[in-house]
Each structure stands twice: as structure tokens, then as C-alpha cells.
Design a binder for this molecule. Sequence first.
Ligand code: ZN
Length: 320
Amino acid sequence: MTSTPDAALSRRALLVDLSRAGCAALMLSAPHATRAVDQSAAARAQPDTETLHILRSRIELQFAPGFSKPAQQAARTWAITSADAVARYFGRFPVPKVELLLVPEEGSGVRSGVTYAEPSLLMRIRLGRETTEAQFIDDWVLVHEMVHLAIPRIPRAQNWLHEGIATYVESVARGRVGLVSAETVWREWATAMPQGQPQAGDAGLDHTPTWGRTYWGGAMFCLLADVELLKRSALRTGLQQALQGVLAAGGQYGVPWTVERILATGDAAVGQTVLTELYERMKASAEPIDLAGLWRELGTTGGTLNDQAPLANVRRAILA
Ligand SMILES: [Zn+2]
């Protein structure tokens, strides 16, 4: 990111930074030893731990030493709010138990997140000690990491599906509970999603592990799938119900599945073949997506939401 983002784009600009060192949920073959070899003083000291109950799930919230009590209280509220948004989207929190380790840093803001599957499910977030309430409300990082928990681990070459779902569902889940407005989500997608288009030398989603194709190519796949699922089902079932079907079949971050199995399971849950068809179309193809045409049909062009657009009902089904 070389230009200075304006306020409306700050969340997405942050994603650019984080994607390099931040969300590393899919570093499956990378050394998980990161957990064990962190020799900082904060890591050696005992964290302050408490249990959050989210429906039937437990989040073991751990504060590494260095947070004030008011900061812990604000972070606790943020963790519950984020987990609630994710649980509402999936119908439940994705896993029965997960650890959430918050590591303090100087200054303010949610800095980065990483999710590990082994030896047990753990999300580690680097968090500024002076993070404000407004920054917590505006944060997408924790919801993004929690969405990863709902998807089985997949081969690293296909990270685009994991990151795409986390990127797309984060916005939908936060939009559904009012943490971000629908106008803002559609405006951010219109700005950010073109980064997912194939560039020169592209060989399709499965064979082009660039940042843009991984995060926004994956998110574009999710949006196209959501629109098509909703159209074919007369708005009854979309990506949300397909992903709930994956969870119901036992798919979550604690287990490894193939991409084909995830997509077929999601399709079967809603009686469709959309996900598998779209994957066949996009996995090895550099064909660009007509995003401008899609925005016109959905009625999101120009920063305002148009209820007269042909697919306005689909847009509202995704995010009012
Ligand atoms: Zn991620």
C-alpha cells in the first residue's frame, strides 16, 4: 500500500499490511513452534486467564502480562461482541473450545492475528494497550480469525478459499449485527475486490498464490457463490447455509479436508452444485470477473444502495 488511505478504506488498508505478517491461519506446514519459542518476558510470565461462554462453546481468554484492568475489560467486551457476530452467522460458535491469547503492544489498535490448529486451537492477537472503544468496534481482525475456525484446514496451495471465506464472511457477519453499515461493506468491496482479479501470468485461483488472488480472489469467489446460490434458491439459501452445512458435517479448523470435500458438502447442504461448478470454472482460469456489471445488477454502484436494481433482493439477502 503506497498511498494514504482515506477513513473509509482504513480497514482494508490495514488488511494489506496484516496479510504479510498478520493472518497466518493457513501456515499449516510452517513451524507451529512459534508458540513454544516465544522467549519474550510477556510470554514467560503466566497469562491472566478467564473463560467466556458463547452459546455452548468456551473461549479461554488469556491476557499476557501488560494490560491494565480497564483495557482487559474493553478487550473482553470486544471478544464477546466478535464471537457473537460469528456465532450468529454460523448458527453457533464454530468450535467447542478455543484459546484466545492477547499480547500487549505499545500504542493503540488491533495489530495482527494468527490462528493455530496444533497442538490445540489457538488465536493469538497482538493488541495495543491503549486501543480505544471506537477501534475495538471498527476491528475486523478478530472476527476474521474466528471465521477461519469454521473452515477445515486445506492444502496450502489453496489458501485462497480459506482467506476468501474469512475475508468475505467477516464483513457479512459484522454487517448483520450492525458493527459496520451495509453501505460501508458494499463500498469497501467495490474498492477492494478488484485486487482479486487475475493479473498477467495468472493461472487460476489454485495456481496463483499472490496476495490479491488469495484474499480478494477468494472473497470474489464467495460473493459470486453467494449471489448464485441465492438466485437459484429464490433467496432461501446462500453461502451462509452452505457453510453452516460444512460445520454440521464436522468441518472446522481442527480437521483437514480437501477443497472439493468442503465445496461438495456445502453444496449438498443446500441442494445445489453452485460451489463445485464455480470452483471448476475459477480454479485454473485467468478469466476476469465482470465486477462492474455485478455492482450494477446488485444496485451498489456509486456508493448508494439502489433498490430498483435487478438483483436488489439478492443484495438485501446478503446484507440489507
Ligand atoms: Zn486469514
